[in-house]
Design a protein around this ligand. Structure first.
Ligand SMILES: [Zn+2]
Length: 373
């Protein structure tokens, strides 16, 4: 089994993807989570993680790696943790299984556990008891590729678990009478107003040198910013615009926060839709500029108005562009100061301003800043 897909359960802890591992830290995502950053940096290495993690102390965490026919969990809890707060790794034989086949718990001391995995298995990593994966979150909630977001835990899906089993079609839920529609895309989801994210991203020194290089200016804390930026988009510090431009790996340029509270880190081109895999394959997984990667982002939409490949987000230097890739029902974008959303002309890239709402199908995404503590 490979676990290309890891989805995030909504919550306020830290969930990160580092290489092939998923890290869940029982520390608040909002505010200082230097310990979560330190953990993420520590496991960004080749080879066995136990020797790296065992000497570390501090916040409770779970690191889960899926390889071949086994899952490896590296866990550290805290003494006297209540059962409903224990970091838990659960292995379900399929997405529709109601109860896990294996459950691993963090203990006060560091432990490394290995459990067998069959084809089609689904692994959950949570603070507290495991959800049953299917009903709680479809395999299309949030695909975390890299970086860290707020969450209560993560679900690792094998390729096999994403295939519908026989008649059990996960997409054809009954259409609810109060489902959101895109007929009059005007209001903003109240979720956005209540959503304040503080997302950990890698520091500039930790970004792989292989990432695309861009020219910009650094704040006093070393974050690379767009040439025209007066203040750091990551930490708010002043950026000296008299300083010479320098080249560096491009940082994440924003977060796309969905109306259900899940968030996607924008650091490569993305294609968003209910099943964008064919589109991604057709493009050879390549970004529009041919250099970077094109990440498929799967959204679930019960209105049926979301196309398989609906919207592409491109990165051009420091600028994000939105391109409706010929969706059946269109895409509307409302910049923060605009009264009404504007429909994107199909196939034409349109600059996307920070704070914009994007209406596609029955879903709404909002582009937000990536802010570090
Ligand atoms: Zn900064």
């Amino acid at each position: 089994m490979t676990a290309q897909y890891s989805t995030v359960l909504p919550g306020d802890r830290v969930v990160a993807r580092v290489r092939e591992a998923v890290l869940v830290v029982d520390a608040p995502a909002l505010g200082a989570s230097a310990e979560a950053s330190a953990l993420a940096a520590a496991i960004d290495v080749d080879g066995a993680l136990a020797p790296v993690l065992e000497p570390l102390t501090g916040v409770p965490y779970a690191v889960v790696q899926v390889a071949g026919s086994e899952v490896r969990a590296l866990l550290r809890g805290a003494p006297d943790t209540a059962p409903e707060r224990l970091l838990t790794v659960a292995i379900f034989t399929s997405a529709s299984a109601a109860t896990p086949a294996h459950v691993l718990h963090a203990e006060a001391e560091f432990v490394e556990r290995v459990a067998p995995l069959g084809p089609g298995a689904v692994v959950t990593v949570t603070v507290g008891p495991p959800p049953s994966p299917g009903p709680v979150c479809g395999p299309t909630a949030l695909h975390l590729l890299r970086g860290a977001v707020p969450g209560a835990g993560a679900v690792l899906w094998s390729d096999e678990s994403l295939q519908p089993e026989g008649d059990a079609d996960i997409v054809t839920d009954a259409f609810p009478a109060d489902a959101p529609t895109n007929e009059e895309p005007t209001g903003v989801s109240p979720l956005f107003a209540a959503t304040e994210y503080d997302v950990e991203v890698r520091g500039p020194e930790e970004v792989p040198a292989a990432g695309p290089l861009v020219e910009g200016r650094r704040c006093a804390f070393g974050h690379l910013n767009a040439p025209h930026a007066g203040y750091c988009s990551r930490c708010g510090a002043l950026v000296d615009r008299r300083a010479p431009l320098e080249a560096g790996p491009r940082p994440p340029l924003g977060l796309l926060v969905a109306d259900d509270g899940t968030a996607f880190v924008v650091e490569t081109d993305m294609v968003i839709g209910r099943d964008p895999s064919a589109y991604t394959a057709q493009r050879g997984g390549r970004a529009f500029d041919g250099a970077g990667r094109l990440a498929p982002i799967v959204l679930q939409d019960r209105t049926g108005a979301l196309s398989r490949a609906h919207l592409e987000i491109r990165i051009d230097g420091w600028q994000l562009l939105a391109v409706d890739v010929g969706s059946a029902n269109g895409t509307w974008v409302r910049p923060p100061a605009a009264a009404a959303p504007l429909r994107l002309p199909p196939g034409q890239p349109v600059p996307l301003a920070m704070g914009s709402d994007i209406h596609l199908g029955g879903r709404i995404l909002q582009l937000q800043e990536v802010v570090t503590a």
